[in-house]
Design a protein around this ligand. Sequence first.
Ligand code: ADP
Length: 399
Amino acid sequence: MITHRQAKMRRRPACRLRTPPSLFPLPALAPLFYSVREPLLLIDSHLVLRAVNTAASHLLERHAHDLCGRPWRDAFMLERQLARDWRPNPLLQALATGCDQELTHDTHLICGDKRVGIRGKVLAINAGPRRFALLCLEPSGSTSESASVISRSENELLLQHLSRLNTVSELATGIAHEINQPLAAIMSFIQASLRLLADDNPDIERASEALAEAVSQTRRAAGILERLRAFVGRRGLQFEPVAINQVVVNALTLLSSKISSGGVRVSLSTEPALPVRADALQLEQVMVNLVRNAVEAMQVLPEESRLLQVSTRMLAGRVHVRVTDSGPGLPPAIQEQLFTRFFTTKADGMGLGLSISQTILEAAGGDLDASTTPSGGACFQFSLPTLNHKDVRNGSATA
Ligand code: ADP
């Protein structure tokens, strides 16, 4: 039976349920927060509810603007069925310790007369000096196990897509500059050929050469746009044989404007490698995350000391990829949390790059390892199993 409040909620357009993104306390996370299908509630260190997504608003049967700015206990309570109340409240625990907390299987959400069993976790978001608790819920019993697994993997893909969009939006100025160069060259080649053809004795040969140059610059601009389109596009996974060296070059090319404007020298060393079975775009995202982090970490150094080393190497049937920088390295407090979702030390960071990279690599049979080099910089490395020649010839890897 639908309650009066539920009926009222359904009549209102979905967009009215949102906290205006401009009021969202973590702007980099706003698109993600409002796109996730599961209920999400963001609580600050004063125990005040700061944002509620559409699904959470439906679950609590109240509009976001009625909830935000109020103490969270006014909106709902978390209760456990089993009499083991010595366990601390997971929300308070996440805020106090800065560590993620799992909700135990007997947790219930109480709001008004409503009492629902819930699963999920509380993520601690450490955003500089501020700390938030993000309550991520999956109402238990409302979805079958397989449906929730599907929606979890859909959310993972959405997260990866949003993270790529965020990367591209940060790179936008550099990319615009990169496209401007071939456009300016095209313009001058065409002007030159017009001049040559307008002459009393038109120099057809040189005009053709200038036009051929214009065509090749047009291809260059189209190539930049194509790479960008492929990177921001949203599509299903395509597991196929992937040439890792090409992935490395694509990522470095995509980031070329950030690398050069960041004053970073690049040393690239690749060994011929057998293909790996993976999704090419996902691997490119991993490389983009690692290189981008390295470039950003080195900005605290004088320009002449900024060195990025990228290498690939074949060893025992696996391809090993290493990204090393000469930045400040990974102090233990950072190293411990590197792969924790939403952990960031950057003012505009999302804290998703490394956790997403780890998930992608694990799905492809790899691992991601981070360490500080003897000279003090950070080194991120991973290895992936390669396909043997027979697999590639038979096409079995593309299944
Ligand atoms: P974001 O880049 O949005 O902060 P990431 O998950 O990619 O998210 O990185 C998390 C944190 O790990 C960064 O904020 C930074 O503190 C640390 N980190 C990542 N790469 C490096 C690196 N190469 N050198 C030093 N610190 C790093």
